[in-house]
Each structure stands twice: as structure tokens, then as C-alpha cells.
Write a protein that binds this ligand. Structure first.
Ligand SMILES: [Zn+2]
Ligand SMILES: [Zn+2]
Length: 420
């Protein structure tokens, strides 16, 4: 084999989702869409790539996502473009650009699709990964924070995700967070020597990110740091209190985790995560929070937002279910005339809503039957010279072995009923 031929392979950090697995994806996506729509969310689809400045501005200049992980390239027109590393900035841009904020609020959107980050590939982490994303704009009431957590919990429940916990926190706002940051920075500075290199860099730039570090010694040190919940202004404190009271009235169990700050810069007030012990160290199934200043920061209207993102790859490892087997009919024919009749019948059967395949290779009847059996056909439609002449066709039910002669009309009637 030539050097060139050998090199064709999927890019590191990407993977093929093969048909059997794709079935599971389809089912999970359909279930999620159904649930989101019950709460009034509607799908929005935006381009896979955007101008680089959108993410620089939206995700935050100091964010790891921007500084280390973006797929950025210059196109033939000399523009700097980036494959989206997260979804929220794209939605915010689309709202402003299409004046969606002029429609009745709150605006509720969902989205399912691929994201791209030049991350260190590791188990369960991909450079092209997939997210489901949910966003609400224009609702300040903490009841929406509780509703969105309740919906996320319902989604996990309906997919049979076990052993899950809900974590909530408030990260304050632009008024109260600076005081916290100051004290946090001082505390981190005192323990500089005990922190990893990454965390040391974060002390001066974004000390809140130290809480995201997975290094055990850093986590231990960080546990002694001041808690943001003790610094909330009265507005943030009220919001957090009400949010929790609404969760209580739903009867939803949760734990307040004062160190849940989430990795991104734009969060204000509520943050939350649903975690599963089954996932190990990277235990988050989904996470999100409020971003009340983001739209304004983008030069858009001053409307608040809240949302969450679900990592599909991780979620799918927790979804356990047998996918239903394919139910289909298989047409076997003998001779050119029978083939044409068979093709026409297969076409008509598909229009009744039943999957139908036809054998095109010239094989013996026996050979075709064993192939149908191997593929798992539920019914086999047999058409030979005799059947063409009589205009009656043999339908074999594979499970029982029963064989019945049908006219075209009877056959289509049979499949119409089977499709229901
Ligand atoms: Zn505040
Ligand atoms: Zn660290």
C-alpha cells in the first residue's frame, strides 16, 4: 500500500457513529426534543463556524476554552473563523441579528449538534463532541431557574439515568463578585506553593477557575477558600433563596455546592449541574446557569438569559436500553419479470410505512431466503414466474413459517395494518 493510502483515517479526537449506535442517538435526541417542546422550547440551528471574535468576546478572553482549545483558521478570504466551541454565543448572535428579542418574551430555544475543541483527547472526550443546549431569554424570575432544573431532571429521569444528584450555587453578579474575587485571590496567593502550575496562573487572571481544577491537592486547598455564597448582594441572595424555595416546592432534591462556579466567564447568579457517580471523576451529565449580562455585552438589548448544555457522549453512556429490532419486509424474486413486479411492490409497501428491501443479485431462492433470515426480515415476499402470471404473491411470516397467497391489494392492506 502506498504511504498516502495508509494515512486515511479519522482525525484524532473524532469518531464515527455507526448505524447501531446512531439508533440510540436518534432515540435520545427524539426524547429530548419531545420534552423540550413540552416546555415551549423551539429548535434553532446556527452555522457550525462563526467569526473568531464572537467566541473571544462571548466566552471570555481569559477562558481556557478560548486561549487553548479553539479550532481557529483563516479562510480563503483572510477572515479568522472558529468552529464553535460552545453554543450560547451563536444563539445570542442569532437573536440580535434576527431581532428575535422583539418577539414575545421569554424566548425559549433548544439546539442539538456538534461542537469543536482542541482538547487533549482522553476517555469519553472528543475534539468533535455533541451537545444538547437549552436557553431561555427575557425571564428574570427565579422560577424559570427552577423550571429549567426541573426539566433537566425530567430529561434524565425519562432516559433512565440513575444515581444522579443536582448541585446548585449562585456565583453572584458584577456588583458582588469583585469583593469575593479580591478575597479569593488573597487566599489563593497565601497557598500559592501548594497549587499546580495551571492554578498558579489563574490566581491573577481568574481565581474562580481554581475550583474547576481536578488535581487532588488543589481541590483540598480550595476547600478552605472563602465561599461565594457568603458574599452575595441582597439581590443575588434573594434570587438564590427563591430559586431554592421553588425547587423545594417541586419536591426536587438538590445540594448547594458553594464551589460550583462553572468554567465559563459569563455566568451570573444561578449555576447548576446534574452529576452521576457512575461517571467517575468527570461526573457532570449537564450543567448551566444564568448569564444576565451577556446579551448586553454583545451590543444587544439588555435581556437576561439562562440555559444548560448536555454532553451527548457522556449522557449516552448512562442511557441503558435495548434498541428495538428493525421490522422489515424482504422481497425475493426469480427472473427479470418478477424483479420488476417486486420493485414495484417494494415501492408500494414502503408507502404503507413498512421498511422494505429487495434482493438485486441473481441468487437462488434458497440463497435469498437464507439471506432474508440472516438480516432478520419479519416477512418475506416471494415472487416467481408463477406469481407474476397469477398476480398473486407469497407472503412468508418468518417467525411462524406460515405462508399466504395475497393479491397486490390484499398485500398492501396487510402492510398498512402492520404499520399501525
Ligand atoms: Zn450580586
Ligand atoms: Zn490546580
Amino acid at each position: 500500500m502506498s504511504e498516502q493510502k495508509k494515512r486515511i483515517a479519522a482525525i484524532k479526537g473524532t469518531k464515527d457513529i455507526l448505524p447501531q449506535e446512531a439508533r440510540k442517538w436518534q432515540r435520545v435526541e427524539a426524547q429530548a426534543k419531545g420534552i423540550f417542546e413540552l416546555y415551549g422550547y423551539r429548535e434553532i440551528r446556527t452555522p457550525v463556524f462563526e467569526g473568531t471574535e464572537l467566541f473571544e468576546k462571548g466566552t471570555g478572553q481569559t477562558s481556557d476554552v478560548v486561549t487553548k482549545e479553539m479550532y481557529t483558521f483563516v479562510d480563503r478570504g483572510g477572515r479568522s473563523l472558529t468552529l464553535r466551541p460552545e453554543y450560547t454565543p451563536s444563539i445570542v448572535r442569532a437573536i440580535i441579528e434576527n431581532s428575535l428579542h422583539l418577539r414575545p418574551q421569554p424566548l425559549r430555544f433548544y439546539f442539538i449538534g456538534p461542537m469543536f475543541r482542541y482538547d487533549k483527547p482522553q476517555k469519553g472526550r472528543f475534539r468533535q463532541f455533541h451537545q444538547m443546549d437549552v436557553e431561555v431569554f427575557g425571564e428574570e424570575d427565579p422560577a424559570i431557574d427552577a423550571e429549567i432544573v426541573e426539566m433537566a431532571d425530567f430529561l434524565c429521569d425519562s432516559l433512565g439515568v440513575k444515581d444522579r444528584n443536582i448541585l446548585v450555587n449562585s456565583v453572584g453578579c458584577r456588583r458582588c463578585r469583585p469583593f469575593y474575587r479580591e478575597d479569593l485571590e488573597a487566599a489563593a496567593e497565601k497557598h500559592r506553593d501548594e497549587l499546580c502550575d495551571d492554578c498558579r496562573c489563574k490566581i491573577g487572571t481568574n481565581p474562580l477557575r481554581i475550583f474547576d481544577c481536578k488535581v487532588e491537592t488543589c481541590r483540598e486547598v480550595a476547600r478552605e477558600f472563602p465561599k461565594i455564597t457568603e458574599y452575595l448582594c441582597s439581590d443575588c441572595d434573594d434570587h438564590f433563596r427563591q430559586f431554592r424555595s421553588y425547587l423545594d416546592s417541586y419536591g426536587i432534591e438538590y445540594r448547594v455546592d458553594p464551589f460550583l462556579v462553572r468554567g465559563l466567564d459569563y455566568y451570573t447568579k444561578t449555576t447548576f449541574e446534574i452529576v452521576s457517580a457512575e461517571l467517575g471523576a468527570q461526573d457532570s451529565i449537564l450543567g448551566g446557569g444564568r448569564y444576565d449580562d451577556m446579551m448586553k455585552d454583545f451590543g444587544g438589548p439588555d435581556i437576561c438569559g439562562i440555559g444548560f448544555a448536555v454532553g451527548m457522549e457522556r449522557l449516552l453512556t448512562l442511557v441503558r436500553s435495548k434498541e428495538k429490532p428493525d421490522i422489515f419486509a424482504y422481497v425475493v424474486t426469480l427472473g427479470e419479470d418478477a424483479k420488476k413486479v417486486g420493485m414495484d411492490l417494494a415501492r408500494a409497501v414502503r408507502r404503507t410505512g413498512v421498511e422494505c428491501l429487495i434482493e438485486y443479485k441473481k441468487r437462488s431462492l434458497r440463497n435469498q431466503m437464507s439471506r432474508a433470515d440472516k438480516l432478520g426480515a419479519v416477512w418475506v415476499l416471494i415472487i416467481g414466474e408463477e406469481e407474476v402470471k397469477k398476480r398473486e404473491y407469497q407472503l412468508k411470516k418468518m417467525e411462524s413459517g406460515e405462508q399466504i397467497s395475497y393479491t397486490r391489494e390484499e398485500l398492501l392492506e396487510f402492510f398498512s395494518r402492520a404499520a399501525r
